[in-house]
Design a protein. Structure first.
Length: 447
């Protein structure tokens, strides 16, 4: 197999997004559209990936550098069309020998299986096409016998007959490195926009009697995003595919249309996900579990038999052990809950660990932050923390220990001990009655 490289075009202005955030950094399923494109290039085995960016959005270049390194950034300045954009990547590909795939950072639903058939064979240029329900302004692919591509015709230049063609150009292309830049060197800007079009290389290759071909994928796979409404449409498509995938894999969802998945969500077969659950990035449900309604999970692991929610929030670093229970209005951040441990309602557990079988009462808080630093709270196996307790970290509650309700615990509690960290109750006989009588008399005088 020939070596592979990818050129990802990300230099568009994105003005239709009407957002200060560069278009390609907008999120789809919790991940920047650009990262989706890079993921696909990596899944195709591309040994070099070059992203062409514009000077109007330096954030995009910084994003690429952070993920791939500075050598992966090529700058198009000024923007002079798609053909010119690819030529801007030529220097970054010096020394590479093999096939180059050209994709787009605003096409986040394109996946490796759609692109893989473009590689191999004897064609000089391979174009990825799709059959459009409404071809509209898309460029048309005029086909010959079999997969032979004769030419790409822009809609505004197409004949009446060509406008009836529903096989359209996605813009994605594969070409051998040396040939690609040889053809691009011949592209001119003799058109209404004065730009250098990548699509012209098909005609130039045909003039050299070289074979061009097209492969095809679903229209949804090459759906571009140029506006907020189109981003919503792409998100909707992504979520629909993910829901179908998990249902097929044995995940029960009574109302799947209300569940939102991230790009990397993992859910084990046999899990039940109730309505209105949101998965942000980094969630793994490793065994059959129950995620109850209106819960939000991010960067968390949920193990077999655990139950989360309703109205629970799992933040990054939360690990909910087998058969553990996180109930309503409980927030867990960077805490490992042992097997069978419980926090059934109204608690904040941040930075620490809770041993197997321990019970965390309602209103419990792990006081993990002093305004400058974070500290850990450790609750041992089988410990019992009474309701409305505050555990001031760093602190350890030993195995089998108990915390009396309403306690503020600032010192370690040895295993098996009972800790009471609250003021002694004092009852003042008759005080409430005398107070009410005095207040009522005062109120009466004022009236």
């Amino acid at each position: 197999m020939a070596a592979r490289a990818a050129v990802i075009l990300a230099a568009g202005q994105g003005t239709r997004m009407r957002s200060p955030l560069p278009k390609v950094l907008h999120l789809l399923a919790g991940r920047a559209m650009l990262d989706h494109a890079i993921d696909t290039a990596e899944a195709l085995g591309c040994e070099r990936i070059v992203v062409v960016v514009g000077t109007h959005a330096p954030e995009v270049g910084r994003h690429v550098e952070a993920r791939l390194g500075p050598e992966a950034v090529a700058v198009q300045d000024p923007p002079l069309g798609t053909g010119h954009a690819v030529r801007c990547a030529e220097e970054a590909l010096v020394g590479f020998e093999g096939d180059v795939v050209i994709t787009y950072a605003d096409c986040p639903l394109l996946r490796a299986p759609s692109v893989e058939p473009m590689f191999g064979g004897t064609a000089a240029v391979t174009v990825l096409g799709f059959e459009a329900a409404d071809p509209g302004a898309y460029g048309r692919l005029v086909m010959g016998d079999g997969d032979t591509l004769l030419r790409i015709v822009e809609a505004k230049e197409a004949s009446e007959h060509e406008l009836k063609v529903n096989r359209c150009n996605s813009g994605v292309m594969v070409c051998e490195h040396g040939l690609l830049f040889s053809l691009l060197a011949e592209v001119t800007n003799a058109n209404a926009k004065g730009e250098y079009y990548l699509t012209d290389i098909v005609e130039l290759a045909r003039r050299r009697d070289l074979h061009c071909r097209a492969t095809f994928t679903d229209e949804a796979a090459v759906q571009g995003v140029n506006s907020q409404s189109e981003l919503v449409a792409a998100e909707t498509q992504f979520q629909s595919v993910q829901r179908d995938h998990f249902l097929t894999e044995g995940v029960a969802m009574p109302a799947p249309e209300t569940v939102q998945f991230a790009w990397d969500t993992e859910v084990a077969a046999g899990t039940t996900i109730e309505p209105h659950v949101v998965f942000a990035p980094g969630v793994r449900i490793t065994g059959p579990a129950k995620i109850r309604a209106f819960s939000h999970l991010e960067g968390a692991v949920v193990e077999a038999g655990a139950e989360v929610g309703p109205y629970a929030r799992l933040r990054p670093g939360a690990v909910i052990g087998a058969k553990a229970r996180i109930g309503n209005f409980v927030e867990v951040k960077n805490v490992a809950m042992g097997a069978g441990a419980k926090a059934n309602h109204l608690a904040y557990l941040g930075d620490g660990e809770v041993g197997a079988g321990a019970n965390i009462g309602a209103g419990t808080i792990f006081c993990n932050y002093d305004g400058f630093n974070k500290a850990r709270t450790v609750v041992g196996e089988g410990a019992f923390v009474g309701s409305n307790s505050a555990l001031v970290a760093p602190v350890t509650v030993g195995e089998g220990a108990m915390i009396g309700s309403g306690s503020v615990v600032t010192d370690d509690v040895p295993p098996g001990d009972l800790a009471l960290g609250r003021a002694k109750q004092i009852n003042k006989a008759g005080w409430a009655a005398r107070f009410r009588a005095a207040m009522s008399e005062r109120k009466g005088r004022k009236s």
